[in-house]
Write a protein that binds this ligand. Structure first.
Ligand SMILES: Cc1ncc(C[n+]2csc(CCOP(=O)(O)OP(=O)(O)O)c2C)c(N)n1
Ligand SMILES: [Mg+2]
Length: 288
């Protein structure tokens, strides 16, 4: 996978999300939103290996997954603004997107059986599609996660479960809520899993490629645990984490790590193109 293509998507997500926070502070957006700032390499690394007709199912923190898969910044921003040009005509808002084979839902864990159903449909109809579902570490307390892992294993569904372990559910650290390990949860249901602690999009993409090929070829579920970190607060609420911890994690910023793989001229060119796109989209969405 080409580093500059992956960097462009990471930078696009970062720039869009920062703009979302700015638009909130200016009063152009209301309600709440959960930004993906810091975790971009996960969505880009995994989704860059999918076919456009595969299913992607995401959660409350879904903008990055949407941009990596569908790339439509204008439709996403209009959706956040409740405008009719939005992904769902402005009725879904930040957490409830539905666009072709892309679905999100803000109910933690509720997306697991939905994704398994899509994987079952693909298997039944022999379409060759797979389903990828993204969940957070804090969602592992939902019982439906385990009902789904059980049936996905028994029925051999082409389902990839990506756990983005950013170590917090809102402000609650994982140490307070998670007994045992995440990988053993997959193992308990006879599902193979890979755990990766990486902020390098190429490393994530390479690992995801072989896993996605395996899910498609074997038609069996797989778990991918990505240990990660978010830089922005959980949502529009205040951040309960230790600021020193957040600061110390900035050395793992996937954006900067990817920049080290590129030449200065490449970075400038990509940033220029994306900045122009985001500015244009903001003006259009404000006028829509
Ligand atoms: C069933 C359910 N309970 C509670 C909430 C409120 N809520 C939204 S996000 C969140 C924390 C999610 O943590 P995690 O799964 O780790 O995802 P992250 O926010 O870290 O990406 C909670 C409790 C919800 N959306 N759904
Ligand atoms: Mg979390």
């Amino acid at each position: 996978m080409n580093a500059s293509i992956l960097y462009k998507d990471i930078y696009k997500i970062r720039t869009f999300e920062e703009k979302v926070l700015e638009l909130f502070s200016l009063g152009h957006l209301r309600g709440t939103t959960h930004t993906y700032i810091g975790q971009e390499a996960n969505a880009v690394g995994v989704i860059s290996n999918l076919n456009s007709n595969d299913f992607v199912v995401s959660n409350h923190r879904c903008h990055g997954h949407y941009i990596a898969f569908k790339k439509n910044l204008y439709a996403l921003l209009c959706e956040l603004m409740g405008k009719s040009d939005g992904v769902c005509g402005g009725r879904g808002g930040s957490q409830h997107l539905c666009d072709g084979t892309f679905y999100t839902n803000g109910i933690q864990g509720g997306i697991l059986p939905l994704a398994a159903g899509l994987a079952y449909g693909a298997k039944f109809n022999q379409t060759g599609q797979i389903a990828v579902v993204f969940i957070g570490d804090g969602t592992l307390g939902e019982g439906v996660v385990y009902e789904t892992l059980n049936i996905a294993s028994k029925w051999e569904l082409p389902l990839l479960v990506v756990v983005e372990n950013n170590q917090y559910a809102q402000s609650t650290p994982i140490q307070l809520t998670l007994a045992g390990t995440i990988s053993k949860r997959f193992e308990a249901f006879g599902i193979n899993a890979t755990e990766l602690s990486s902020f390098d999009v190429l490393e994530i993409s390479n690992a995801a490629k072989s896993i996605i090929d395996r899910v498609r070829e074997s038609s069996k579920p797989y778990g991918l645990i990505l240990n990660t970190y978010r830089f922005a607060s959980h949502s529009k609420s205040s951040d309960g984490r230790d600021p020193a911890e957040v600061e110390s994690m900035r050395k793992h910023d996937c954006l900067q790590i990817t920049e080290r793989l590129l030449q200065e001229s490449q970075i400038e060119s990509i940033q220029g193109i994306v900045n122009d796109e985001v500015e244009k989209v903001v003006l259009q969405a404000l006028e829509a």
